[in-house]
Design a protein around this ligand. Structure first.
Ligand code: DGJ
Length: 542
């Protein structure tokens, strides 16, 4: 009897005990997402803005997303839907979303569409929209107000933080055991339009005040000269105190830094309120700026590459800052967000039908240790199969254990041609040393007519799995090797196998590649058109 009761008590405990919430954890030079104590690579897609508001609308899409080999869906939760009346929360749509995700064995990242979504404030409840006295709007230099809530209102911040904390409470209540929800994005693409800063009375008052000491201290401690702000600060004499214009100069740059600081402080309030209830990883996403445009022409003060340090100082409780990358220069832009203090996650990696997206995913995971990749409007893909993104995710899913164990440890890299902002493709070979071999990766396939190749879609990754053994995956890349370091001066292919990993993670070899497939031992070729994996052992001779 006693033992039956002990078993029952243990069972009860195991069903009610919460798992540790998903978290980020350091490995080597990078961070990994840990879910139920296991690292996870997030193969995601973001839903169109309105799709998740209707379970019936979503119903036919879930199986398609599954077919496309996604493991995570990014879905908005909007303030107006969860708190239609102040203080009264309605969880039906969130609960249904979680149920549907679980039914399809899918994880979720929730996007909090609160005070701001793409700069604007259209997702706030009617009781906020209609009460301009309590929830003031941004004022433009001519005094005109806009449909953007002011970041300088404590009433707005507190109301948003209360709703956000309620959301985290609901997540904790319904998901602390299952961990269907992995992370939460705080607001969406914050940034001031159409000018660099607000011009209401409170904004003007604060703009004339001193730059907060925490920000100056942070800038002093972080000497990352990739951000223009350090440069501006130095140009003004690197003062340790002064007003925004004294520290950063006259003009838009100071106004933008000011905007970034106050947005980041607002977000920090939400993040701490949310994490106090349930500490999931949290991040903000950036609508990137096009060079040559003034702040305000693009969303001013968002978590942009040149403002990352302002955001790091202003919102230290965020786990990372994330870029939405719609511009063609993916390689350059993604790298700006890959720093010792910032894990890379790309919540919007262009639209899901962009032919470059799959190769960008290989690059992000292989070269920049990304924790996740997620093209936008994922449900709009009409044919889930055959589809290049589905293909790429199938391969990345098989490779996830190998990628995760190599991230941050210097035994992996990713390859794809750089594309410039004007869409010029730099498809010259790229050279990289991994272990004792130098890899020369070419993006123009030697066996197919060059004019027919779209090299911006070519790419892959290489993972060292043993002293001379490598997994080489992707499409449209041709790889040659040379030895590195002491030893015989020449390198050859001992064996190259085409194959796949099964559901248990065991390697299942298919063809042994030789002869024409390796150009008689001269190269490893992953032909354009289909993502694949080869397991290759090299050797050295004289
Ligand atoms: C970026 C936004 O973050 C998304 O919510 C969506 O509006 C897309 N732009 C549309 O391209």
């Amino acid at each position: 009897m006693t033992s039956v009761m002990t078993v029952l008590a243990a069972l009860l405990l195991s069903t009610t005990a919460s798992a540790a919430p998903p978290r980020l954890e350091r490995q080597g030079t990078t961070m990994r997402l840990i879910v139920k104590d296991q690292p996870m690579l997030l193969l995601g897609g973001e839903l169109g803005n309105s799709s998740a508001t209707s379970a019936a609308y979503m119903a036919p899409y879930w199986p398609k997303l599954k077919q496309m080999n996604l493991n995570t869906v990014l879905a908005p939760v909007s303030w107006e839907l969860i708190e239609p009346v102040e203080g009264t929360f309605v969880w039906d749509s969130l609960d249904q979303l979680i149920k549907d995700a679980r039914k399809h064995d899918m994880k979720l990242v929730l996007l909090w569409f609160g005070a701001w979504k793409n700069s604007m404030s259209t997702y706030v409840p009617a009781w906020v929209k209609r009460d301009q006295a309590r929830f003031p709007r941004v004022q433009l230099p001519n005094g005109q107000s806009t449909e953007i809530l002011s970041a300088f209102s404590t009433a707005t911040r507190d109301a948003d933080a209360r709703a956000f904390a309620a959301l985290m409470g609901r997540i904790k209540a319904v998901d602390a055991q299952q961990n269907t929800i992995l992370m939460v994005q705080v607001e969406n693409e914050i940034g001031m339009l159409p000018v660099a800063r607000e011009y209401g009375a409170e904004a003007n008052r604060l703009f004339a005040e001193r730059v907060p000491a925490e920000l100056i201290k942070h800038l002093g401690a972080t000497r990352d000269h990739r951000t223009g702000l350090h440069k501006l600060w130095a140009e003004q004499g690197g003062k340790s105190e002064g007003s925004w214009t004294e520290i950063f100069g006259e003009g838009d740059a100071a106004a933008e830094a000011f905007t970034a600081w106050h947005y980041s402080r607002f977000v920090e309030a939400l993040t701490t309120a949310g994490k106090a209830v349930y500490p999931l990883p949290m991040y903000v996403n950036a609508a990137l700026n096009r060079p040559g445009k003034a702040p305000g022409e693009y969303p001013s003060g968002g978590p942009l590459p040149h403002l990352l340090d302002v955001w790091k100082a202003g919102a230290p409780s965020l786990d990372f800052l994330a870029p939405d990358i719609y511009f063609p220069n993916f390689v350059e832009l993604a790298a700006r967000f890959y720093r010792a203090d910032n894990a890379l996650f790309i919540p919007e990696a262009n639209n899901s039908d962009k032919p470059e997206a799959p190769a960008n995913a290989f690059y992000a995971f292989g070269k920049l240790d990304a924790i996740g990749f997620s093209p936008f409007s994922i449900e709009s893909i009409s044919e889930p199969l055959p589809n290049p993104l589905a293909d790429a995710y199938a391969v990345l899913r098989q490779l996830s254990p190998a990628i995760l164990s190599a991230q941050g440890l210097g035994r992996m890299s990713g390859f794809k041609p750089r594309v410039l902002e004007d869409e010029t493709v730099i498809d010259l070979p790229v050279t990289e040393d991994i272990g004792n071999y130098r890899f020369i990766v070419s993006f123009i396939d030697p066996w197919l007519p060059e004019a027919e190749q779209r090299t911006a879609t070519h790419g892959g990754l290489i993972i060292q799995t043993g002293p001379e053994e490598y997994l080489i995956a992707g499409q449209g890349i041709t790889v040659t090797v040379k030895p590195v370091g002491a030893g015989p001066p020449l390198a050859g292919i001992e064996q190259a196998w085409e194959g796949a990993f099964d559901a248990q993670g065991r390697w299942v070899p298919a063809r042994l590649l030789n002869g024409d497939q390796t150009h008689q031992g001269r190269h490893v070729r992953l032909a354009p058109g289909k993502f694949q994996i080869q397991r290759v052992r090299f050797y050295r001779y004289r």
